[in-house]
Design a protein around this ligand. Structure first.
Ligand code: BGC
Length: 769
């Protein structure tokens, strides 16, 4: 605590506005305490001088509009701030605008406690990076960390100090639209990414001007909504919870995340937002989380519909469960005092929550300088050339090459290319879901990117070819935020004819197909994850021309594209790649960059195969590779393997793996062994490869998965080059949750796999003694 903060403390602790001399006289006395102590002393002192209404006010997080995902927007915000009834605001941006709001708190509220300003900064702030599912496919932790760091720099230059990210919900069901916001299906990879994001956002000093408090969400298990239907029931065993779903939240907590957002769903029948086991016993007691718990949007109120009681009851339940801040619903603001008077909550419970809000503000340095993040001279930190260059680079590393028949890719920078499809020259959809502060005009479409990168020897003929969807009722539902499914005035046939004519004149067709930005994301579950019929018809027509067809797929989820896979010559999955989408896609299509992304969520053969994920159990009648069979655990009509498995992704070059070499075939619990392979770049391009290590525990007290990711290394190999890649295996990597929920290893046989995807059969075995 420095002197300035001491002064502010005084200002806050003297009821009447103090004169300068009063402050001066008292400062030395307070400094004695303050200098010797920590944040606790400051917050203790402040709390002592707060009325109960002011304490409850700190628990109130409101939005004056602009980021509305529920039916409620907060009203009368200015006056509430003046009355000390608001702890934080979200949904506004801009250094000037936020300064004005902060001034209301600092100049007009009794104790002048600064507000905390948050926002959904999910995959970049103004400069938008690939959607989280996309960027996870880079398997590049330094890069992911960097993406969060840039986002934090832009956000803080824009007035913000708190971001509602990372979203780390494990998901095995691509019908769930929010799979786009997370890192896919694997707990190990998800944990690495959670850590990288927290580090990137928070840095080493929360009070630094370019770092923010991160908020890991949605705690917990939100990605396991039944049937992939958003906000739906979650029900799973504790073993599965701890083994497969909890690790990324825990990793974020271990990395020091400053806040946690409670999820909408129930866990063991109790909504997360009123779940004491989840928010206090596990999070605070077991995991030692010390930060702030905020609810999701109106999540307290929504527990009324879950059947938890009326607003007063659920608000009390939520506070007692461990929630500190109530997002938008104002149940805390309007009922906690009554509950206190009726003995249903205690002053201590309110003060504990209040303390955690104040601590977050303290850590951010807001008591020292409430306008720390309102510096208009930092405007140049936002949406600048460096950030855009980073966005372009990140996007190239996040794309996944799913197919490349006859090496149709990369394209030559000569000849004629027919660039068709509803997403080929489309700005509104480049950024993907949750890009609230993105620029929907100044981003690069695929057409622009191909013109930029292709140079003057390439002739590009562009035709839209089809609408994203022809279904007007569906389009209306999707277009809640903007007209992203824009149904053309021309007839479907006219558009198709134009595309076919373009294709006939071309050497190769690039068809940019897929979803619109908000066909995935929140409240965007789908029962059918095929390409829309309009686009299927376009692909069929293009195919009939006999020209090679490259699909550039834009999508916020794994889609069911078996048919398209059969028809297209090549498929490059670019997700929604952000501000620099078109340039990055063109870099890849023309071979200036070589694809290196690997899937982090399996692509099902069809929706009936969901949930499909690589780390499944074996069953007693395991599927036999080669196809379905009677009396085996399979469907008779499709194989068990997904269309594209976790970890899968091609390059323009090829990589060969030597057999796995172990330093020993036995290991003790205190020792370790190494597993290595030599990877050779056997193709014609320099390229990056994600070398993946999986382990299988052959015998356990509970049935163990057929494979679990336990390590990976992303390496760059020049053509012809080879490298030995070594992983060290220790006991920690062999542990799992047993029936008593103890995290243990058990002696016995293990298999080690090292290869280019989760389907690898490149294996060796060892015994844990
Ligand atoms: C979403 C959160 C988001 C919040 C605030 C909710 O509807 O579930 O992910 O952070 O809104 O915008």
């Amino acid at each position: 605590m420095n002197k300035k903060a001491g002064w502010l403390l005084l200002a806050a602790t003297i009821a009447a506005t103090p004169s300068f001399s009063q402050v001066k006289e008292k400062v030395s006395k307070v400094d004695v305490v303050v200098n010797k102590s920590t944040m606790d002393v400051f917050v203790d002192n402040l709390i002592k001088h707060m009325t109960i209404e002011e304490k409850i006010g700190q628990l109130n997080l409101v939005t004056p509009g602009g980021a509305v995902t529920g039916s409620v927007v907060s009203g009368d915000v200015d006056n509430k701030i003046k009355r000390g009834e608001v702890g934080g605001l979200f949904g506004i941006t801009g250094a000037e605008k936020i300064r004005k709001a902060q001034e209301i708190a600092v100049n007009n509220s009794r104790l002048k406690i600064p507000l905390i300003f948050g926002l959904d900064v999910i995959h970049g702030h103004r400069t938008i990076f690939p959607i989280p599912l996309g960027i996870s496919c880079s398997w590049d932790m330094p890069m992911i960390e960097k993406s969060a760091q840039i986002a934090a720099k832009e956000a803080t230059a824009d007035g913000l100090a708190w971001v509602f990210s990372p979203m780390v919900d494990i998901c095995r069901d691509p019908r769930w639209g929010r799979i786009s916001e997370g890192s896919g299906e694997d707990p190990y990879l998800g944990s690495q990414i959670a850590r990288a994001m927290v580090k990137g956002y928070q840095g080493n000093d929360l009070a630094a001007k370019n770092t923010v408090i991160a908020c890991v969400k949605h705690y917990a298990l939100y990605g396991a909504a039944e049937g992939g239907r958003d906000y739906n029931t979650v029900d799973m065993s504790r073993i599965q919870m701890f083994q497969d779903y909890m690790p990324p939240y825990k990793a974020a907590v271990d990395a020091g995340v400053g806040s946690v957002m409670s999820s909408f769903n129930v866990i063991d029948g109790v909504p997360a937002t009123v779940n004491k086991w989840l928010l206090t016993d596990l999070l605070r007691k077991d995991w030692k989380f010390k930060g702030l718990v905020v609810t999701d949007y109106t999540a307290v109120n929504e527990t009324i519909d879950h059947g938890m009681g009326n607003l007063q009851e659920v608000s009390a339940l939520s506070l007692k469960a461990g929630v500190d801040m109530d997002m938008v619903g104002e149940g805390f603001l309007t009922t906690l005092k009554k509950s206190l008077n009726e003995g249903k909550v205690t002053v201590k419970q309110i003060e504990d929550a209040c303390r955690r809000v104040l601590e977050a503000k303290f850590k951010l340095g807001l008591f020292e300088d409430p306008y720390r993040y309102c510096d208009p001279s930092r405007a140049g930190d936002i949406f600048n050339a460096d950030n855009r260059a980073a966005a372009r680079d990140f996007a190239t590393r996040s794309a996944v090459l799913l197919k490349n028949g006859n090496n149709v890719l990369p394209l030559k920078k000569s000849g004629t290319i027919a660039l068709v499809g509803p997403l080929a020259d489309n700005h509104l959809n480049m950024l993907g879901t949750w890009s609230v502060s993105g620029d929907f005009v100044n981003n690069v479409s695929v057409l622009q990117g191909m013109q930029n990168v292709g140079g003057s020897n390439v002739n590009i003929i562009h035709a839209k070819g089809a609408n994203i969807s022809d279904d007007t009722a569906f389009a209306k539902r999707v277009n809640a935020f903007m007209n992203e499914i824009d149904i053309d005035k021309r007839s479907a046939q006219e558009m198709l004819d134009e595309a076919v004519t373009a294709a006939q004149k071309a050497d190769v067709v690039v068809a940019v197909l897929g979803e619109s930005a908000n066909m995935s994301g929140e409240s965007s579950s789908l029962s059918n994850i095929d390409l829309q019929p309009s686009q299927k018809r376009l692909l069929d027509a293009l195919k009939k021309t006999g020209k090679p067809v490259v699909i550039v797929l834009m999508n916020g989820r794994p889609m069911t594209i078996s048919e398209e896979n059969a028809k297209a010559d090549a498929i490059l999955d670019v997700w929604f790649s952000g501000t620099e989408a078109g340039n990055a896609i063109a870099d890849l299509l023309f071979g200036d960059r070589v694809p290196s992304g690997k899937l982090t969520a399996s692509f099902p053969v069809n929706v009936g195969q969901i949930p499909v994920y690589y780390n499944h159990k074996n069953t007693g009648r395991p599927y036999v590779k080669g196809g379905p069979a009677k009396f085996k655990s399979n469907y008779l009509d499709i194989p068990n393997e997904p269309l594209f498995e976790f970890g899968y992704g091609l390059s323009y070059t090829t990589f060969n793996y030597s057999p796995v070499k172990l330093s020993s075939t036995s290991m003790t619990k205190t020792g370790n062994i190494t597993a290595s392979v030599t990877v050779t770049n056997s193709g014609n391009y320099d390229g990056e490869e994600v070398v993946q290590l999986y382990i299988r525990d052959m015998v356990g007290s509970v049935s163990r998965p057929v494979k679990e990711l336990k390590g990976f290394q992303k390496i760059l190999l020049k053509k012809g080059e080879n490298k030995e890649v070594t992983f060290t295996i220790n006991e920690e990597m062999l542990k799992f949750f047993n029936s008593d929920l103890k995290y243990v290893s058990e002696p016995g046989d293990f298999k080690v796999f090292i290869g280019p995807s989760s389907a690898t059969t490149n294996e060796a075995g060892f015994i844990l003694k």
